[in-house]
Design a binder for this molecule. Structure first.
Ligand SMILES: [Zn+2]
Length: 213
């Protein structure tokens, strides 16, 4: 197996993967899209909302905010020693209190963890007119794209590499151009590496079970 980097940026990465089958390339793509743990807002307690925007819409917008976080520092709530009560190792809370007239943006969220924040301060949550206000507390936890699209780490696609043979363009077997674009607070490189780790864990688990047959 050979990997050749084609383009590497902050949000996007293109690489050629050679020496693998179509099912393997597809398994890798699926893991990158739906199995990488991502932190996103899951619960919102609205104390007050006198804006014209429904509570549900505000909660939905908060859920879709991509968050910067260190994946090594968070556990899935079901795997955490707090037994799903919620603690700093498995969740982060954000407090939002704003009074109009103003625009409420992602930059107004006050995080309980200084290392966790939205990827950008400028995502608009609501616009408040004179005397309107919002007061809420949002809680983020880890999830995967399988649970909900808000936990999706990346958009990933791949295509067969073209090859010139005898004046004809054919597709080169076992050679795929991958395109990984992050839509979370994780880097494309981390997403690709983590996908490899998840596939290796699955193979190891299978090996262990197969040994018992
Ligand atoms: Zn916990």
């Amino acid at each position: 197996m050979i990997i050749k980097m084609k383009k590497k940026g902050k949000d996007r990465m293109d690489f050629v993967l050679e020496g693998v089958s179509i099912p393997f390339a597809n398994a890798l793509r699926r893991v990158m899209v739906s199995e990488i743990p991502v932190l996103a807002v899951e619960w919102v307690d609205i104390n007050d909302n006198t804006s014209p925007i429904f509570d549900e819409i505000i909660a939905h917008r908060l859920g879709l905010l991509p968050l910067v976080f260190d994946p090594a520092k968070f556990k899935f709530q079901e795997d955490c020693s707090c037994k799903e009560k919620g603690c700093p190792s498995c969740q982060v809370t954000f407090v939002l209190e704003k009074k109009g007239p103003c625009m409420v943006t992602s930059g107004d969220l006050k995080s309980s963890n200084k290392d966790v924040k939205p990827t950008d301060k400028g995502f608009i949550i609501a616009e408040l007119l004179q005397n309107q206000f919002i007061s809420l507390e949002a809680t983020a936890k880890l999830g995967t794209g399988k649970d909900h699209a808000k936990f999706q780490a990346a958009n990933t696609s791949y295509q067969n590499q073209p090859e010139m043979k005898g004046g004809e363009v054919n597709t080169k077997p076992e050679s795929f151009l991958f395109h990984v674009e992050t839509i979370s607070g994780l880097t494309p490189q981390y997403i690709a590496e983590k996908a490899g780790e998840i596939l290796a864990e699955k193979a190891a688990a299978f090996k262990k079970e197969a040994a018992k047959l």
